[in-house]
Design a binder for this molecule. Structure first.
Ligand code: SF4
Length: 457
């Protein structure tokens, strides 16, 4: 018998006061809720009873040419001579240990793979070959037979690297552009020339990777509705299969945060209003041009080839992350390595990772009990436009979502952000617009407390 989760501790008025841009929930719980695991469980014990028939494989490359002003991802600028090679050596050692921990058997299968970062294409073409070799021969992933997504930047999306990725089975290339307006790119501390971005897009199309995704940001200083739509149209000229529209955040310890700390308050209602306005303009622009909305950030061209693995469900299936910024998920534990945003701490963690010989244990993580599993299922479903299938939830957890989260769901419905129809709970258009306020409403008190107590470094 399972117990119903405790209801959220955030009051509606407190959530409202925090505004629409609180937290981007791309994974729950966030790494700032992870802590050292004193018992250092062995990977063998963690994976022994897991379903391994449809795993996701993620390889993390924590290197970039520049540190964008808005970025709080785990990545460092540049790499001294030999570091990328030493990092791949460590990645290979880790892959060997993880694969051994998964055990032998025909039921171990990767259904999807991704190279993220950082900027995976910071690696040279031969290094990318090696990365693919690690995924295939060390981990046993069939890169040519499953969806493989890779992130890139304009300067590193070179023809030789793209050729390797296309040849090894990449099905999706995601390019961080952020803005086609040079002054806005500078304001976001990601200086780049428009001509270089266009040339990179041409190379990607020539490489014939089936799905092109372009990332854009709204809410940049000086950005207007006109310049925002100009950037969208510049992206649309490439008919990307996917577009991600990100609201700008100024997060602690990032370049923009250091700049703003001297000049303004953390919460700015006028900026919130600008971001909401630009979001709605961007959304409507794409919907009118044949794109469907998948989530607050993601839009897909209606005729684009399907991307996800047929049989991988992010709510339930396990993930193997390799690399020092990658997470791994079993049903009972989410784990990773230490997390930091500041450059000094990141360098130290990467150096420690590169020197590690023993990858057989989980070091840092968050235990997933029945309550957290329910919240994760709810969050990861609700924040998608297709919403939560109530019967799926009932089948997995033995009771209806309203029995577990009635008061929080009532708050969302009262605000006009949530509606029930056809056996699904879905965010309304305004609910999707406020996804980054919806997510935190559903965090557990324990996760919220751990995130609040996290010491930034
Ligand atoms: S946004 Fe992307 S390219 Fe920029 S620093 Fe972060 S990971 Fe690197």
């Amino acid at each position: 018998m399972t117990t119903a989760p405790a209801t959220t501790a955030t009051t509606p008025s407190a959530a409202e006061a925090a505004g629409p841009y609180q937290h981007y929930v791309y994974a729950y719980p966030h790494k700032s809720a992870y802590r050292r695991l004193p018992e250092r469980p062995t990977l063998t014990s963690l994976w022994a009873a897991e379903d391994k028939s449809a795993l996701s494989l993620y390889l993390h490359i924590p290197f970039c040419e520049v540190r964008c002003g808005f970025c709080n991802l785990f990545t460092r600028i540049g790499a001294p001579e030999g570091l990328t090679g030493a990092y791949l050596d460590a990645l290979e050692r880790q892959a060997g240990a993880v694969r051994e921990a998964l055990g032998e058997g025909e039921d171990i299968r990767f259904a999807t793979a991704a190279f993220g970062g950082g900027t995976p294409t910071f690696l040279t073409a031969p290094e990318l070959e090696r990365l693919c070799d690690i995924a295939e021969s060390r981990m046993g992933a069939r890169l040519d037979a499953i969806p493989l997504s890779v992130e890139a930047s304009p300067a590193t999306a070179t023809a030789d690297r793209l050729a390797v990725l296309a040849d090894r089975g990449a099905t999706r290339l995601s390019l961080g552009v952020q803005s086609f307006v040079e002054a806005e790119a500078r304001a976001a501390v990601r200086p780049q020339r428009r001509a270089d971005v266009e040339a990179a897009l041409a190379r990607i199309r020539e490489a014939r990777i089936p799905v092109l995704n372009i990332d854009l940001i709204y809410g940049i200083d000086g950005q207007t509705e006109e310049t925002w739509l100009h950037s969208l149209d510049a992206a649309l000229a490439w008919a990307p299969e996917e577009l991600y529209l990100y609201p700008l955040y100024v997060r602690p310890l990032t370049g923009l945060d250091r700049h703003r700390a001297a000049s303004g308050p953390a919460r700015d209602p006028a900026w919130d209003a600008q971001r909401l306005r630009l979001y709605r303009a961007g959304r409507d622009h794409l919907l009118a041009r044949g794109y469907t909305q998948q989530s607050m950030r993601m839009f897909r061209r209606a005729d684009a080839p399907p991307q996800g693995a047929d049989d991988y469900a992010c709510q339930t299936d396990g993930m193997i992350g390799l690399g020092c910024g990658a997470r791994s998920y079993t049903s009972a534990l989410h784990y990773s390595f230490d997390y930091a945003v500041g450059m000094h701490a990141i360098r130290g963690i990467i150096d420690d990772y590169v020197a590690t010989e023993d990858f057989t244990r989980a070091e840092v993580g968050h235990r997933m009990d029945a309550d957290e599993a329910r919240r994760r299922h709810l969050l990861q479903s609700l924040l998608q436009a297709e919403g939560l299938v109530e019967s799926d939830y009932q089948a997995r957890f033995g009771q209806a979502p309203a029995e577990d989260f009635g008061s929080a769901l009532d708050v969302l419905a009262d605000r006009g952000w949530l509606a029930a129809a056809d056996g699904r709970l879905r965010l309304t258009p305004e609910g999707l617009a406020h996804s980054d306020a919806v997510g935190p409403l559903l965090f557990s008190p324990a996760v919220r407390a751990a995130m609040a107590a996290y010491e930034r470094k």
